[in-house]
Write a protein that binds this ligand. Sequence first.
Ligand SMILES: [Zn+2]
Length: 208
Amino acid sequence: MNNMDKAILNAFPLVAVPTSEPLPGHTQCGTRYLVGKAGLMREITLPWIRLVHPVATCDADITLPYGPMESSVEMWCSEVPAELIRQFTADARQALPNEIAAALIWNSTIDVWRYEIRRSLRATPGYVSFEEVRLEDDEHLVVDIHSHGSARAFFSSTDDQDDFGSMKFSVVLGNLDKPTPSSAIRLCVAGRYFPASINELGVLGVVL
Ligand SMILES: [Zn+2]
């Protein structure tokens, strides 16, 4: 095999799902492609999540000679402290009528979250650009959060552009001029978006 193809296979291993024993775990962070009975799945492993989802499914009359593989998600980070969401809600109200953005950062070594506001470079009621936060070793930007001022929370085409290719939860809070803000949340995984949730305990969930 030539060096280029070796490098590609090394960066994105291709694994046949075993039929009668467990799939060997991915020993490092990154992406593997898994060929199972029903088609091709993508497995993404990060310090805070492991996600397996279908990329291409075989036609109904074709079954490949490999083991079965289901979609799955495992969250490895602890729950988001409610205080961080409260802090952002307060900061977003303070910034009205403009938008504002912040990062909820998780440290995988000490399992601690921290909140960092992103310094706005330009902010209007419908737009914010900002200076990105700096991450220390073992820190991961798990939740990207921004406000829509007094407009409702939803993922705009600008949000789609900003989130494209990233791996994080993306959260929008809107209607901050009202007592109860509206919210929207999704998991962004390298070009795909999955509906997500965060409950009152701060537990992040994903719908595959
Ligand atoms: Zn937005």
